[in-house]
Write a protein that binds this ligand. Structure first.
Ligand code: AN0
Ligand code: CP
Length: 316
């Protein structure tokens, strides 16, 4: 694997899930694969889980991991081709990415969307430029429109915790105080539409995701209807796709409660984290027996390790 930016970069998602679960049982079974290999984890935005789980995954494979918070510790990057750089930007992504490619065998990149220009965000301008100029395999640590390591960890979690062959999985929108990217729900939907699950998306009217990601899902605008007999509930806020990046209203009644869990099949509740308590998810759910959020975050290591293993196996 030379690129991990979406589900489209994976031939067989079930095999990758299986690989992650095998690595969870035997974390150090491939610890020679990454000997003398280096991964650079480049962050243009904050992170807790992605940064540490990917670092740990790399270490389990015997790699060296270097982390650069380029937004805080690097030079201000210019992204425009042909720019006359007489303003605040100090270094062009052409040189910055190429130089990092000299130091690393694999690069991980996190680059959130601006949520202003939809066309620009959905063209994955920053991520694609980085891939083009760095010249080494790249793994997405969440780009403008997708978060594939999260989605793989989510699928691993569902595979582990499911109690029937084809569970019902519901992605539900939740309230938030800020405009958040569509990357996590886009990506989750894209993976679930290819997994062996019965997949429903619930959101208030106006929060429709780009249909490119949701093709094949059942989409409803009533949370209660969606939750009927659900085995997994994936809670996430996102801003509108149209009008792009906007918060359309509070919809406080979309906050999941224990009362609402009663109509589910004792559903496990998932969230990628970080979560705002009592805004996106209630204390009673997060502290209750149905919460799978910490378990899910733990699986980020095995998802990252499965992907890095595939990349290391194909390094020149
Ligand atoms: C980010 C998002 O919603 O994409 C990162 C989630 C992993 N969340 C926030 O900015 C709170
Ligand atoms: N879920 C996730 O990607 O968390 P971080 O933003 O903390 O990396």
């Amino acid at each position: 694997m030379k690129l991990f930016s979406s589900v489209h970069d994976v031939d067989d998602i079930n095999a990758l899930v299986k690989e992650a679960l095998t690595l969870k049982q035997h974390p150090f079974s491939n610890s020679h694969l990454g000997k003398n290999k280096t991964i650079a984890l480049v962050f243009m935005n904050p992170s807790l889980r992605t940064r540490i789980s990917t670092q740990k995954a790399a270490q389990n494979l015997g790699m060296n991991a270097m982390v650069l918070n380029i937004d805080k510790e690097g030079w201000a990057l210019e992204l425009q081709d042909g720019a006359v750089m007489n303003g605040t930007t100090v270094e062009h992504i052409r040189e910055a990415a190429a130089v990092m490619g000299e130091y690393a065998d694999i690069i991980g990149l996190r680059s959130f969307p601006g949520l202003v220009d939809r066309e620009l965000d959905y063209s994955e301008d920053i991520f694609n430029k980085f891939v083009k100029y760095c010249g080494v395999p790249v793994v997405s640590l969440e780009s403008a429109t997708r978060h594939p390591l999260q989605s793989l960890a989510d699928l691993v979690t569902i595979e582990e915790l499911k109690t029937k062959a084809r569970p019902k999985v519901v992605l539900t929108w939740a309230p938030h105080v800020k405009a958040l990217p569509q990357a996590v729900p886009n990506s989750f939907a894209e993976w679930m539409c290819r997994a062996d699950v019965d997949f429903t998306i619930a959101h208030p009217k106006g929060y429709e995701l780009n249909p490119e990601f949701t093709h094949g899902a059942t989409i409803v605008h009533d949370q209660e209807t969606a939750l009927q007999d659900a085995d997994f509930i994936y809670v996430k806020n996102w801003s509108a796709y149209e009008p792009y990046g906007k918060v359309l209203g509070n919809f406080e009644d979309w906050l999941l409660t224990n009362e609402r869990l009663k109509i589910t099949n004792d559903a496990k509740v998932m969230h990628c984290l970080p979560v705002r308590r009592n805004v996106e998810l209630s204390d009673e759910i997060l502290d209750g027996p149905n919460s799978a959020v910490v378990h899910e975050a733990g699986n980020r290591v095995w998802a990252a390790q499965a992907v890095l293993k595939r990349m290391l196996e194909e390094l020149d």
